[in-house]
Write a new protein. Structure first.
Length: 579
């Protein structure tokens, strides 16, 4: 069986059309009886025979593609393991790639190596050869893998750029009036502003972006995506379309379209390729116009269990035991964007049952949980965290989630609730678990309340995972060697990995993220140290209790296992080491 490493044949013209069903029977991929069943189904539905065979479970797409490759003496390419050369992809535009089920793969021996789902389609072959306008050599690829590769590789950048230009032309050379912009914002689905935003959302979800940033600059409008924690430029557009985009987004979010001097927050839902996505929107006035940032929250992302958070088994067991205590305060801490809310919702999922009343106060409510009473704080009408908390305590809750300990008043009410028979979950912005109870003391919370109420503190970071498609052995740099030498269990480590960059990871070498944690459980010794109001003594004792199980230790363990890189482990450990 030929694979993607095989040299393509010199003859690039595919053979005459063959009957797929007969070929599959001849090569014993399916039986004659299976073919009769598929042909009968094809006669009724008129659909393609290959699709019917796959959907009926008679054969897999790879089986069919490999049979075609054998018959035509062409190489078979497994696109799940092959990284196409990004520099030649534009030789065949996305529309034509989808239409003819073809994708340029690489340049070989003066020809363009092209994968096709059906190389016997002579019309498709001729069109692909005409569009590429260079000698081509064929390979066979599975159709499903081909379509997935097109979704992954081809970005909507050209479409987005074209739509921004169209919107700029529609708005004219001069700045549009508010009346004209309002009409544009309320336009139908075919209005340029609507199509531009829909295309932006499609592209953002296609590349796994968590946030979309629309930022007016002095001479242009910058649009950027945050992917795996880092911002990536998407496109630059004419500055004059910025008001139209901001207005449209304000309208769908129910915000005040006449207010441009103050920040506003809102949310709306959008449907993208069959998925419903909650969009959390924030506007802010800047020097050159209103900056808009949108957080994308897929409604399917909230079904997360605590055993999928990536904790080591022993830590998970301890964390689960803390969550099932009848009362006390459990804190999740870390910098902005470290996944604290995700962890809290996973904890709520663990506790959520018909016999438990759970009430949350959040700003904003990021995910909607069935069976949970969720309250949106609103400072504009004096519906603050502390005010909602006082009301919650009269609602007979078992579990209370406070989105964030923002002020001393909120912190004290939450700790009093924890002392009076309620389990309270919340977050705090600190660098590590050891410094978190000390932060409560700094906020003015009485030491006896902190000592008797806090049950556990979970600190976490997110590290990027090495891309599985372009990972390669990595020799530690001199800086990394020095850093490794400072670790308590320093050893001559080998086997580290790093990504070289490919189309699947957008050239970054990373794909996806993984949490690292440290868990501090408040025992009698630590509680007594807190009660004595001795922060230095407490921090020293807390770090001794977590020795070998800190954020740094877990990050190094992931690097040694090849899950993340040494550079990411160093980055995740930096704040922990300087705190």
């Amino acid at each position: 069986m030929q694979t993607e490493s095989a040299t393509p044949p010199a003859a690039t013209q595919p053979r005459q059309k063959i009957r797929l069903g007969d070929l599959l029977v001849e090569q014993k991929v399916i039986s004659s009886a299976d073919l009769d069943i598929a042909l009968a189904a094809q006669k009724k539905s008129g659909r393609r025979l290959g699709r019917i065979i796959v959907e009926s479970g008679l054969a897999g797409e790879n089986d069919i593609a490999q049979a075609l490759a054998r018959q035509l003496n062409l190489p078979f390419v497994d696109l799940r393991k092959f990284n196409p050369d990004a520099s030649i992809l534009q030789r065949l535009p996305e529309t034509q790639a989808r239409r003819f089920r073809a994708i340029p793969l690489a340049r070989r021996d003066g020809h363009i190596f092209v994968g096709m789902a059906d190389p016997t389609d002579l019309v498709a072959y001729d069109e692909v050869a005409r569009l590429i306008n260079e000698g081509i050599q064929l390979a066979v690829v599975a159709e499903g893998d081909l379509l997935a590769a097109i979704d992954r590789i081809y970005r909507r950048t050209d479409d987005i750029h074209g739509l921004t230009e169209e919107l700029a032309r529609d708005m004219g050379e001069s700045e549009a009036s508010i009346i004209g912009l309002e009409a544009l914002g309320e336009g139908q689905a075919d209005a340029p502003v609507v199509r531009l935003l829909q295309t932006l959302f499609e592209d953002a979800l296609q590349v796994g972006a968590s946030d979309v940033h629309i930022e007016p600059q002095e001479k242009h409008l910058a649009i950027r995506f945050r992917i795996d924690g880092l911002l990536h430029p998407q496109t630059q557009a004419d500055l004059k379309i910025a008001p139209a985009l901001a207005l449209r987004l304000k309208i769908v979010s129910g915000l005040d379209i006449s207010e441009k001097r103050l920040p506003q927050d809102g949310r709306f839902a959008v449907k993208v390729r069959g998925r419903t996505v909650d969009v959390r929107l924030s506007t802010m006035p800047t020097q050159y116009g209103e900056s808009v940032v949108m957080r994308l929250l897929s409604q399917g992302d909230n079904a997360l269990a605590i055993d999928t958070l990536g904790m080591p088994p022993d830590m998970l067991e301890r964390f689960r035991a803390i969550l099932h205590r009848p009362n006390g305060l459990v804190l999740v801490t870390g910098p902005t964007g470290s996944g604290k809310t995700t962890t809290l919702y996973a904890a709520l999922g663990e506790l959520n049952d018909p016999g438990t009343k759970i009430i949350t106060v959040e700003d904003p409510v990021e995910y909607r949980l069935p069976g949970v009473n969720q309250v949106q704080a609103n400072e504009k009408i004096d519906l603050s965290f502390s005010r909602v908390l006082r009301a919650i305590l009269r609602q007979d809750p078992d579990v209370i989630l406070v989105g964030e300990m923002r002020d001393p008043d909120t912190a004290q009410i939450a700790l009093r609730a924890a002392m009076t028979g309620h389990l309270v979950l919340s977050t705090l912005h600190t660098n590590d678990a050891a410094s978190t109870p000390v932060r409560l003391l700094d906020m003015g919370v009485p030491a006896f309340m902190v000592a008797t109420s806090v049950q556990g503190v979970l600190a976490q970071r997110l590290v990027r995972k090495v891309c599985g498609h372009c990972k390669a052995p990595h020799a530690p740099t001199p800086q990394e060697q020095v850093w490794l030498g400072r670790q308590a269990d320093a050893q001559a480590d080998t086997g580290y990995l790093a990504g070289t960059g490919c189309d699947r990871c957008h050239g970054t070498g990373y794909s996806g993220r993984r949490a690292v944690h440290e868990l501090l459980e408040i025992n009698t010794v630590l509680a007594e140290s807190l009660a004595r109001k001795n922060p230095a003594e407490f921090v020293a004792a807390a770090r001794a209790a977590m020795a070998g199980h800190t954020l740094r230790d877990q990050a190094i363990a992931l690097a040694r296992a090849g899950v993340t890189s040494l550079a990411e482990a160093m980055r995740a450990s930096a704040q922990d080491e300087t705190s």
